[in-house]
Design a protein around this ligand. Structure first.
Ligand SMILES: Cc1cc2nc3c(=O)[nH]c(=O)nc-3n(C[C@H](O)[C@H](O)[C@H](O)COP(=O)(O)OP(=O)(O)OC[C@H]3O[C@@H](n4cnc5c(N)ncnc54)[C@H](O)[C@@H]3O)c2cc1C
Length: 403
């Protein structure tokens, strides 16, 4: 990073789950990796903090599963979903090797960043990436600023792992806000919430939805998602807005009646961003930098780890080949990521259609409450260990309509 320093194999911009995972996986394959993050860890991240069972496989691959278990995350054995009319169905992560879990992101992300450091990645915190070094349309590094001024770092490959508003993706002209989805979220932590189980909760209605992730038997992350236009009602007084808005979900509000809000709520939005491609000459995008749709199914962390796994396969192949021509294979990652995610993304879009229409959400919830086998399947697909294509075939849809 100082003038005169030679090029690295890889520069990773962003040290969230995607960036830390990518850095570890590339280091495990023998590459020289520099990871930069504008934050100093532990840092907060607004998130529902429910992690799907499939994440354990990827955490084990990183050698981080032990450290995550040491955080004593709250186990999640499935989901309870409440429709706008109050119909509730429960689904279990049936057949998963491990339950999912809920954990504060400030702890999870610190553990993953520490794992990168331990693996031999050079990690620099407090360094904000501001742009890309490019020659003849090929990315060759990044520019950054820290407390004492600008810097630059050169690398054979740059990984954009810098989250939803990725500067890497934006400088490449690959990221834009979603045309229709204009949602925002507000999150608060509560102590003393009644009725928490080893299960994540999703409550529809109220003009959006509200998620509850139990972080302990009495402590919870309560995050709601609404259309962005409603944010103007906050008028700069977020806590009052958050408390008032929670009354739209009476089943949550009554369980919070004697609970205390642990810290001022925080808001984030607009949530949905689309990336037109996830590779460019000399660069790959992983995690939210490769696009973000909606947090309803709570899969972002697992997807961040999975996208790092896929990108590592392509990056490793390119870095090992001596010639610059090998880097022409970077678009393989676009194809692999599309193949790995398209069914799940279709499933998520279908869910949005249902969630956005209370009459349909009520009807679907009534069916699922009567058919625990289907409820388990839905929840397991959301948990990423049952392929989404099993819910997209005619068999499942017929079951949903005529069971
Ligand atoms: C309201 C909400 C609820 C959600 N709930 C869930 C859930 O329950 N379960 C789940 O799995 N997922 C959930 N998600 C999604 C999940 O939070 C993301 O998918 C996940 O954090 C993606 O990880 P990432 O590493 O790509 O990005 P991030 O976690 O955002 O990490 C990006 C990193 O890049 C750094 N950075 C950013 N810009 C720069 C820069 N210019 N220079 C240097 N560093 C930079 C940041 O400091 C950060 O550390 C939710 C998201 C939202 C918005």
């Amino acid at each position: 990073m100082v003038p005169g320093t030679g090029a690295r194999d890889v520069i990773v911009a962003g040290g969230g789950p995607a960036g830390s995972a990518m850095a570890v996986m590339l280091k495990q394959r023998g590459h020289d990796v520099l990871l930069l993050d504008e934050a100093r860890f532990p840092r907060d991240k607004i998130c529902g903090e429910s992690v799907s069972p499939e994440a354990w496989r990827l955490l084990a691959e990183l050698g981080a599963d032990g450290a995550v278990r040491a955080l004593s995350p709250h186990p999640l054995r499935g989901m309870a979903v409440t429709a706008p009319d109050g119909t509730c169905f429960r689904g279990d992560y049936r057949g998963a090797a491990h339950p999912g879990f809920a954990v504060r992101r400030e702890h999870l992300d610190r553990v993953l960043l520490e794992r990168a450091r331990e693996a031999g990645v050079e990690v620099r915190e407090g360094l904000r990436v501001t742009g890309l070094l490019q020659r003849a349309g090929v990315v060759e590094g990044v520019t950054a600023v820290n407390g004492s001024g600008p810097e630059a770092a050169r690398g054979r490959l740059v990984i954009g792992a810098d989250g939803r508003r990725s500067i890497v993706a934006r400088r490449l002209g690959l990221l834009r806000e979603h045309r229709r989805l204009r949602k925002f979220a507000v999150r608060g932590y509560w102590e003393g919430m009644q009725g928490l189980e080893e299960r994540g909760e999703m409550h529809g209605g109220g003009g959006g939805y509200c998620g509850v992730a139990p972080l302990s038997p009495t402590r919870a992350n309560v995050t709601f998602v609404l259309d962005r236009r409603e944010m103007s009602a906050a008028g700069g007084a977020l806590e009052g807005f958050y408390r008032r808005t929670l009354r739209r979900w009476p089943r949550i509000a009554e369980r919070l009646a004697r609970a205390s809000l642990l810290s001022p709520p925080r808001a984030i939005g607009p949530l949905a961003l689309e990336a037109s491609r996830v590779s460019a000459p000399g660069a790959l995008l992983v995690g939210d930098a490769a696009g973000f749709y909606d947090p309803f199914t709570g899969e972002g962390i697992t997807l961040a780890l999975r996208s790092a796994e896929l990108a590592t396969e392509v990056a490793d192949r390119c870095l090992r080949a001596a010639s610059a021509r090998a880097f022409r294979a970077l678009p393989d990652y676009d194809r692999m990521r599309h193949a790995a995610t398209r069914h799940k993304f279709r499933f998520n879009r279908l869910l949005q259609v249902v969630v956005g229409r209370p009459w349909l959400a009520n009807a679907a919830a009534r069916r699922l409450a009567r058919r625990p086998d289907l409820a388990d399947r839905m929840v397991s697909i959301a948990g990423d260990f049952v392929p989404a294509r099993t819910a997209l075939g005619p068999g499942f849809l017929l079951d949903m309509l005529w069971s």
